[in-house]
Structures are given as structure tokens and as C-alpha cells.
Design a protein around this ligand. Sequence first.
Ligand code: GLU
Length: 493
Amino acid sequence: MTQSVRVRFAPSPTGFFHLGGARTALFDWLFARHHGGKFILRIEDTDRGRYHPDALPDLLGSLRWLGLQWDEGPDVGGSYGPYFQSDRAPLYQEHAERLIEEGKAYRCYCSPERLAAMREEQRATGRKPGYDGHCRELSQAQVAEYEASGIRPVVRLAVPKEGQTIFEDRLRGRIAVDNTELDDLVLLKSDGFPTYHLAVVVDDHLMEISHVLRGDEWLSSAPAHVLLYQAFGWPMPELVHLPVILDPSGKGKLSKRKVRGPGEVERLTFIHEFRAAGYLPEAMVNFLALVGWAYDAEREYFTRDELVQLFDLDRVSRSPSAFSYEKLDHMNAVYIRGLGDNDLATRIQQVLLGAGLDADFLTVLQFAPLVKERMRTLSDCIDMLGFAFSDSLDYEASLLIPKKSDEQGALAILMRTSEAVGQVEPFSHGAIEDTMRALSDSLGLKPRDMLGAVRVAITGRTVSPPLFESMEILGRERVQARIAGAIERLAKG
Ligand code: GLU
């Protein structure tokens, strides 16, 4: 590639950053990194009506969490700024003015009432909706009259009345549209703010964007952009419209809102939700890379560096791909299993602290290998390990009673266990296990039945990380205190 690669991600801050946006940003970033180019973040905030104040911090935080650091844009600056479109209004006005002077655009004074009546008539007579060109050839006198009446005009592009607009999309090939199909689109609104079309073309040109990778939903805007490039006499960037992401059923588009899965479960769509739910950013990146891109028919696991090295537009699919939450969960579990104990413990500790548990690192580090194989997301650790960081366990006394036994039986188990725990030396999981198994023999119980009661006493749960290891980590005193607590609970219950 001779020209230097400059790719932009250009979100509008209208809501929280969602899966679709993250997939586009990731492909932009991978493409830029693969070619040693620049990844630019531009904030398209000219639609003040849809502006959402929480969107920008959410976007920046999510991009950073995913590791998609931008080279130019908010917070980092760059020599092609400003990177907020709301700070670039004079540039758009200047460019609209230039097109007016060259006769390629015109001021339109039509009132909303006139436009509504026009649309109504088009509908009633079965004609194609679109601006009828009323202001396209106004005389000087008419313009003067409108201006004098104080109407604030919009600026429209004068779309050629004949011919075709032809362009190439990297994935879809050559696309030709009859110009009669295209409307004289508004470039500048009456408040002086640009429309998306004018702003995106002016900015992509001034920022020397070489490749426009964006969602397929923008393909229908591309002919208008091509006309604008032609009107300005600018070279086109390469256009790449990425395939749509479908919901898990494969039937509908993955919505920006909540997705309802089988059984009407609310599924996550915003990146901050995945983060809070304990997905690893590296798993998210690997997973999102496969939404519309594949290296080959088999391979699914890639590190970030491998993705940068292998990412290639020729392997981006043309067809929509369905989002699979099951696949993401599976991949996240695999990534968790692949973490070193220290790394996993650091992440788990954060989650536990975030859940208000007083989790010290050393204890977490001891538990990390015990839970690693069982976790699907990091937040599973709250349920799995909460017992280790809070001495007030919450469980029903009835859970302490083994099947086919009774309160007396449970009390016997707990008292004998307490004695045994007091004597076992060293207080290591191996020695604890031997002692407990010998005890179940002497009580004439199946180890499973006896240990079930002990597990509930120690962890408050019927399912827990390996019991003897957990007892060793908790230490003799805490274990004895918990057994005493269980005995008390039985006595009360
Ligand atoms: N501002 C548009 C959006 O919110 C960007 C479209 C484009 O990339 O050209 O998605």
C-alpha cells in the first residue's frame, strides 16, 4: 500500500457504546495496526437533539478497556483536529459556501409546511418521495425576497439530473445508482449545523482518511457521499461496509437495545455491561474479531498481536453473521483458564472488592487455581468465593442434614468433624482429607453424605470450590468457628 493508512472510527455520542460499534472500532483498529497506519477517533456530535452526555465517557472508557487506543482524537489530540465535529462548524460552512459559489449546491428556503405538503402530494400520487427542486433555480430577485423575509435557508446539494453515480465497495464490488434515485440532500441545516453527509465527507477528506470501514447500514448513504467527493473534486477513500450483525436467532439485526434471547432473557449489548459482568477484554476482542471475519474455517483463538498480524479485508465476510452469546461465554471461560494465577487473582480481587467483599490478595491467590476451571465470567467468583471473605454465612439449617438422616445425625457429624479438625496435623488439605474420610468410615456414612453437611457448614453452599483445599486456606480457627456456628444453627432450628 503506497498511501499511508489512516482509518477513523466516527461514532455519534447518542447512547452507550454497544457490540456493533465495538466490532466496527475493532476492525478499524486492526486494519490500521496491520498496516502500520493511524487509528483516528472522531466524535460526530452535530445532532444536538440526540446528544447523550454519558455517551462519550462510556465510549472512551470502553475503547480503552478493549485496548483500542486511538492515535488521534479526544484526550490525545493530533494535527488534524479538532476531533469533535461540533468544534468544526466553520469548516462545514466554508465548504458549503464553496459549493454554492460553484453552482453545485443551493440555498433552499422551503418551509417545513411546504415540504410536508409536497411529501403528502407525492405519497397521494404514488410518486417517489424527495425534494422537488423548488429552490434549485431561483432568480436573484426571488432569493432577495426570501432573504429579506428573514427565512433561514438550508443548503442542498444539486444532484445531477442525469447519469449514474458509480463507486466501488471493497466487499460488495461495483455499485451504480441512477442519479434520478438520489435526492437533493441537505448539507447544512438552517441552524448552520452540517448534516452527517457533509460533515463526514469534509472530515474524511481533511483528515486524509484512506479507508472508511463502517457498518453496512451506511452503504445507502455512500452514493450521496460519492457525489459530494465529485462536487469537491476530491479523491475517494476506499469504502468498506462491514456485514450486519444479526441477533442470536440469526433472523433480526442485533439491536442496540436489549436483546431478548430464548426464554425472554435480557441479553447484554453494551460494552460496559460485558465489563461489569466479568468478561475479559481479550476474550471480547477475540470474539468480536470473528463477527464477520475469519482466518480460516477452523481457527478461533487469536491473541491481539496475532489478530493485528493476520487481519485482512479479503477475509471479511460479505454476509451477515449472527452473534452467539454461548460462543462468547465459552471463549471467555477458555481465556480465564489460560490466565496465570497471579493475573487471575488480581482480576478476581477487583471484582470481589467491587462487590463489597474484603478480599485480601493472598487469600484470593490461594483460591484462584481452585476456581479457574469453573468460571465462565470473572463475576462468578462472587458466588464461588464470597464465603471466604465474610464470616456471616447465609443458609438454611436444613441444608446441613444429609439425606436419609436427621438433626441428630447432622449434629454428630459436625461435632466429630470439629474434634477432628482440632487435632489434624498439619492443617493441610491432604491431612484433612485423610482425617475426614476416616471419620466418615467410623460414622458408617458415605463420605459424600458427610462431606455435604461439612461443606454447607464451611461455605454456606451445597456447591463450592474443593472442600479440603478451602478448609486449609480458611485455616483451622475459622473452620472451627464455622462448624460451631452450624451446630448452633441446628440447635436453634
Ligand atoms: N456517525 C456515524 C455513526 O454514528 C458514523 C458513520 C460513518 O462511519 O461514516 O455511526
